[in-house]
Design a protein around this ligand. Structure first.
Ligand SMILES: Nc1ncnc2c1ncn2[C@@H]1O[C@H](COP(=O)(O)OP(=O)(O)OP(=O)(O)O)[C@@H](O)[C@H]1O
Ligand SMILES: [Mg+2]
Length: 361
């Protein structure tokens, strides 16, 4: 993409997001066919990758030109026929060994940008799954900014389980592991790719999770090594994308979509966080960060909007105090929204039947 023309390129992507590829229910942007867009002097230069090195069908070129016409842009298409460009990350190899044989489903919580509430969603979702009777684990894969010990209120450290192995720490009915447990003041702040990959592999392999219905993984923001390693080492059942109404840069999300598609992980939908603020005085909803940005983005990407989580000061306060709102105030608007999100996701994760008692026995 041409960063100088970010706005132009974004509008082009948005317009192209309405062009379907013949025979597919999805559009060419969601399908990952649009590799790049440059806008200059009233022309949009669009690089399109075509499956199997085919030529660009005239009908598709016509549809693309039509989509760009309202923007006042003429279309130049550069068809990319051969192998992917060298800049593209390598394709993930097949997992060789199942590191989590006793885990029924692994759900990645991801976001294109930082600070949108990914850890908040991951921790509340994990607690909501546990409260619904599912055996649940939570893995903080964010080695650069681990927040699980804080948001889950964990002071204990994992206990040894023999050899290199260790037990997770159970809190709010959720079995938790975080890089934060292993960091001290002397740890390097900057972790390099291979080190990150090794750490996550260790979390997965050396941790005695026991049988789990679902392992929720709080991924670091973006599309880097941690995400690829995870996808290589476990069968991620699915991923959810967290966004806020104003952080709806479609091209960031398109990058996220492309990454999960590359490793063949289904994206189950979009969670819009900080959607609205319900005034405690008058009960009116106020849209402080704009309205329905996440919904529009989900529509453009052809994904379901799974939840709209309100802004509640208690989420931050209780999060800082180690009490996810699902546990501290389950009847609050946000507490109920997280519980609904867990119920919405359970069937896609194929463990819909809750276990009766003792969820983490
Ligand atoms: N719906 C909400 N209402 C109020 N505060 C929220 C809400 N969601 C998240 N927060 C607060 O916003 C801050 C950022 O949230 P969080 O740490 O979950 O984001 P993140 O995406 O995990 O960030 P990072 O990229 O740094 O890992 C936290 O202080 C959190 O308590
Ligand atoms: Mg986080």
């Amino acid at each position: 993409m041409n960063d100088d023309k970010a706005v132009g390129a974004e509008s082009v992507l948005e317009a192209l997001g309405r062009v379907k590829y013949a025979g597919f229910p999805r559009d060419i942007v969601t399908l990952g066919m649009v590799e790049g867009v440059d806008v200059a002097a009233g022309r949009a230069r669009v690089r399109v990758r075509l499956p199997g090195g085919r030529a660009l069908p005239d009908a598709l070129r016509g549809q693309m030109a039509e989509a760009l016409a309202p923007l006042g842009l003429a279309l130049d298409v550069e068809a990319v026929q051969a192998t992917p460009p060298p800049a593209a990350p390598p394709r993930a190899p097949e997992p060789t060994e199942d590191l989590l044989p006793d885990v029924k489903a692994v759900l990645a919580v991801s976001s294109a940008k930082g600070g949108v509430g990914k850890s908040t969603v991951a921790s509340n979702l994990a607690c909501a799954f546990a409260a619904a009777g599912h055996r649940t684990g939570l893995l903080d894969a964010d080695v650069h900014g681990p927040s699980l010990p804080i948001v889950m209120g964990i002071q204990d450290r994992p206990t040894a389980a023999g050899g290199k192995r260790f037990h997770p720490v159970t809190r709010h009915g959720v079995r938790c592991i975080s890089m934060g447990f292993f960091l001290d003041d002397t740890s390097p702040v900057i972790w390099r790719g291979p080190l990150v990959a090794g750490l996550i592999q260790q979390f997965l392999g050396d941790c005695v999770w026991g049988p789990l219905d679902v392992l929720v993984v709080d991924l670091p923001p973006g599309t880097g090594d941690a995400q690829l390693t995870l996808a290589q080492r476990v069968r991620l059942t699915g991923a959810v994308l967290v966004t806020t109404p104003q952080q709806v840069a479609l091209r960031d999300v398109v990058r996220g979509l492309a990454m999960f598609r590359q490793v063949e992980v289904p994206i189950l939908g979009v969670v819009e966080n900080m959607s609205f603020f319900r005034c405690p005085e008058c009960g009116e909803d106020e849209y402080l960060f704009g309205r329905d940005g996440g919904r529009r983005l989900a529509e453009q990407a052809g994904l379901p909007l799974l939840a709209q989580i309100p802004i509640e000061p208690a989420i931050r306060e209780q999060g800082d105090a180690g009490e996810p709102i699902v546990c501290s105030a389950p009847a609050s608007e946000a507490g109920r929204a997280f519980a609904r999100l867990a119920a919405t996701l359970a069937p896609s994760l194929c463990f819909a039947e809750p276990r009766a008692a003792s969820p983490n026995a």
